[in-house]
Design a binder for this molecule. Structure first.
Ligand code: ATP
Length: 595
C-alpha cells in the first residue's frame, strides 16, 4: 500500500513539476523497454532463417537486431536526461516540506518529542534518495510493459510458459517482506544512529576537538562510539541477513521455474512441436525474465524505501496537524501597544520528553514597560520561562496573558513576530552578513542603512570591517570560503538581529553577554538600557534579561528569583536586599568576589 502511495505521489510531483518532460521520459523508457523482447523475437527469426540457409533474410534480421539494440540503449540514455531533472525537482519539493514540518507548527514541543525527532532525522537522511526513487518508478513502469510483452510471446509458444512471469512474483513478494524487516530494524536503531552521528560530529569538529584533546577523552569517546555502532550494526546486520535469506529463497524458486520452462520447450522441439528458433526465443526471453525480475526487485526495493520515507512524512504531517498549535486560533487579538503588561497565571510546564516539572505554578504580573531580570541557579528554569514568554512552548497548565489576551487563543506566529530575542544558543547562520542580521526583520534585509545601524548599535562594526565584501560577504567556513568569527563576534551579530526588529512587545535577552569581553559587555548593557527606554516609549514593551551578573541585574525595575521552577522572590533590588533571601545572598557573594 505504501509503495502504491509512493508511486502515485512521485508521479504526481513529477507531473506537477513538468508534465511535458514526464511524458517524454515515459514514452522513451517504454519504447526502450519494449524493444528488448522484440530483440528476442528477431533472434528467433534469424535462427530460423539461418537454419533454412536464407542468408538474405538472416542478414536483414541481423541488421534489425543491431538497430534495436542501439535503439534500446539510446532511448534509455535520453530518457535518463529527462527524468534526472524531474528527480531533482521532486527532491527539492520534499526538502521544502521537511523544512515546513520542522517549522510549520507554532511551537517547538514536537521537536522535543523523541519519536518525532527520530522520524525527522530518518527522513532527512533518506531524502537524497528521492531522485533515484522517481527514476525507479519510471523504470518499473517500463519493466511492467516489457514483462507483459514477454508473457504474450511466451504464451504464444506454450500456455504453461505463462507461469514463468507468475513465478517471477515470488521473489518480488519475498523482496517486499525483506525490505520491511530492514526498515523495522532501522527504526528500532534510529536513536542510537543519531547518537553515533552526534559522537562523530563532537569528536571531529574543531569546537570540541580542543577540549577532547586536552582532557584526553578521545579513547573514551571512540570506545563509546564503537560500542553504539556495534549495537546498531549488529541489529542491522541481523535484519539484512534475514532479508538476504528471504530474497535468496524467492530467487531460487524463480530459478527452478526458469529451468522447467527451458526443459518444456526443448522437449517440445524434440517431439517436433516447435523449431530451433522457438528454443532460442525461450532461452532469450527466459534470460530476459531473469534480468527483469532481479532488476525489478532492485527497483522495487528503491520504491518501497521511498514508500517508507513517504509514510514517515505522512506521520510527521499527521502529528504536526494534530498539534494543538495547528488548531485554528481563537478570537484572541494581540494589542498593537502594551498597556497592562504580561501576566502568568499558575503556569506549570514540563518538556514533552519528561514528566519533571521545569516550571511549577508560576504566577507573576509584569507591568507594561518593565525591565525584568530573571535570576536563579543553573537549571532553575530561567531559559524555559523565556521560551514560554516568547510563545515557543505552551504552558502544560495555566495561562499567559498579554494585556488580558490569552496567548493560547492567538496564532503563535502572530505573537512570535512581536518578540525580539537573543538566546544563549543563538543561531550562527553561515550565510551572508546581510542574512545574519536581516533575519531579525526580514522586511529590512535589503535596507543597508538599517542593517548597518543595527550592526553599529550592537558594537559589531569591526565584524563588518573584517568581512571582505561587507554586508554581502559570506560568514563561516562550513561550506564556502567565508570569514570565520569568534564566539563573541557571532553573539554581537545576534544582538544586531535583536536590535533590527521594529515594534516588539517583548524583548528577551537570555545571557546575552556570555561570550563578550568586558568592554563589549559594558557596551551591551548600555544598549540594553537604551532599548528599554526606546521600546517602552514606543510600544510599552517589556524587556526580559536573564543574567548571572548582579551588577546589571540590579538596574532592572523588577527582579524575579527562580528556584527549582518556582518563583521564590519578586521585587526591586532594594526590596530583595532588604528581605535578605537567596537574591541578597548571591548578590553579596558576587560583590565580595569582585571587591
Ligand atoms: N529541550 C529540553 N528537554 C527536556 N528538558 C529540558 C530541555 N531544555 C531544558 N530542559 C531541562 O529544564 C531544566 C531547566 O532548564 P533551563 O535551561 O530553563 O534552566 P536555566 O535556569 O536557564 O539554566 P542555566 O542558568 O544553566 O542556563 C533543566 O533541568 C533542563 O535539564
Amino acid at each position: 500500500m505504501t509503495t502504491i502511495l509512493a508511486v502515485r505521489h512521485l508521479l504526481w510531483l513529477a507531473f506537477r513539476s513538468d508534465p511535458g518532460r514526464l511524458a517524454r521520459a515515459s514514452a522513451m523508457l517504454a519504447a526502450g523497454f519494449l524493444s528488448t523482447p522484440l530483440i528476442a523475437l528477431c533472434l528467433k527469426s534469424l535462427t530460423t532463417a539461418a537454419v533454412n540457409h536464407d542468408s538474405g533474410t538472416a542478414a536483414r534480421l541481423a541488421l534489425i537486431t543491431a538497430a534495436l539494440l542501439v535503439f534500446e540503449l539510446m532511448m534509455n540514455h535520453f530518457a535518463h536526461l529527462s527524468y534526472f531533472e524531474l528527480g531533482d525537482l521532486s527532491e527539492v519539493e520534499f526538502q521544502n516540506e521537511l523544512i515546513t514540518l520542522a517549522h510549520g507548527v507554532g511551537n517547538l514541543e514536537q521537536l522535543d518529542t523523541p519519536a518525532y525527532a527520530d522520524t525527522l532525522a530518518l527522513v532527512r537522511e533518506e531524502l537524497p534518495r528521492t531522485r533515484a526513487s522517481l527514476e525507479a518508478v519510471l523504470q518499473l513502469g517500463g519493466l511492467v510493459l516489457q514483462m507483459g510483452l514477454t508473457a504474450v510471446l511466451l504464451g504464444s509458444l506454450n500456455a504453461w510458459l505463462l507461469l514463468l512471469p507468475v513465478a517471477g512474483a515470488i521473489p518480488v513478494l519475498a523482496g517486499n517482506r525483506a525490505q520491511r524487516l530492514v526498515d523495522r530494524a532501522k527504526e528500532d536503531t534510529a536513536a542510537l544512529t543519531r547518537l553515533g552521528r552526534h559522537l562523530l560530529e563532537t569528536t571531529t569538529m574543531l569546537a570540541s576537538v580542543k577540549e577532547i584533546r586536552l582532557s584526553g577523552a578521545e579513547a573514551m569517546l571512540i570506545e563509546r562510539h564503537q560500542r553504539d555502532w556495534a549495537t546498531t550494526s549488529t541489529a542491522l546486520r541481523r535484519a539484512q541477513t534475514r532479508a538476504a535469506l528471504l530474497r535468496a529463497a524467492g530467487q531460487l524458486t524463480f530459478a527452478a521455474a526458469y529451468g522447467g520452462a527451458i526443459y518444456l520447450v526443448v522437449r517440445q522441439a524434440l517431439q517436433g512441436g516447435s523449431g530451433l528458433g522457438d528454443v532460442i526465443l525461450v532461452i532469450a526471453l527466459a534470460a530476459q525474465i531473469s534480468f527483469q525480475v532481479s532488476n525489478g526487485l532492485g527497483l522495487l526495493t528503491t520504491v518501497q524505501a521511498a514508500g517508507c520515507t513517504m509514510e514517515r512524512i505522512r506521520t510527521l504531517r499527521t502529528v504536526a496537524a494534530a498539534s494543538p498549535e495547528s488548531a485554528v486560533p481563537g478570537s484572541g487579538k494581540l494589542p498593537a501597544v502594551l498597556t497592562r503588561g504580561i501576566r502568568l497565571d499558575h503556569v506549570s510546564f514540563h518538556y514533552p520528553n519528561s514528566d519533571r516539572k521545569v516550571l511549577d505554578d508560576v504566577t507573576l504580573h509584569i507591568p507594561a514597560g518593565t525591565a525584568l531580570a530573571v535570576v536563579g541557579e543553573n537549571g532553575a528554569g530561567k531559559s524555559t520561562l523565556v521560551k514560554l514568554l516568547c510563545g515557543l512552548y505552551r504552558p502544560t497548565s495555566g495561562r499567559i496573558l498579554v494585556d488580558d489576551v490569552d496567548l493560547a487563543s492567538t496564532a503563535p506566529t502572530g505573537w512570535q513576530r512581536r518578540v525580539s530575542t537573543l538566546f544563549q544558543d543563538f543561531a550562527r547562520l553561515e550565510l551572508r552578513l546581510r542574512d545574519n542580521t536581516g533575519i531579525g526583520d526580514l522586511d529590512r534585509i535589503d535596507d543597508d542603512q538599517a542593517l548597518q545601524q543595527a550592526i553599529d548599535r550592537a558594537e559589531a562594526g569591526p565584524v563588518r570591517a573584517l568581512v571582505p565584501d561587507g554586508l554581502d560577504g559570506l560568514l563561516g567556513r562550513g561550506y564556502g570560503d567565508g570569514t570565520e568569527l569568534s564566539g563573541g563576534q557571532w553573539q554581537k551579530l545576534g544582538l544586531a538581529r535583536t536590535l533590527l526588529r521594529r515594534g516588539p512587545l517583548l524583548v528577551a535577552l537570555d545571557e546575552p553577554a556570555s561570550a563578550l569581553d568586558a568592554t563589549a559587555e559594558q557596551a551591551l548593557f548600555e544598549r540594553f538600557a537604551d532599548l528599554v527606554t526606546e521600546t517602552r516609549a514606543d510600544t510599552g514593551a517589556i524587556t526580559v534579561l536573564v543574567s548571572h551578573r548582579f551588577s546589571t541585574v540590579r538596574m532592572a525595575d523588577l527582579i524575579v528569583v527562580l528556584e527549582q521552577g518556582s518563583v521564590s522572590e519578586v521585587g526591586t533590588h532594594a526590596d530583595l536586599i532588604t528581605s535578605g533571601g537567596l537574591y541578597a545572598e548571591l548578590y553579596h557573594l558576587q560583590a565580595r568576589a569582585y571587591a
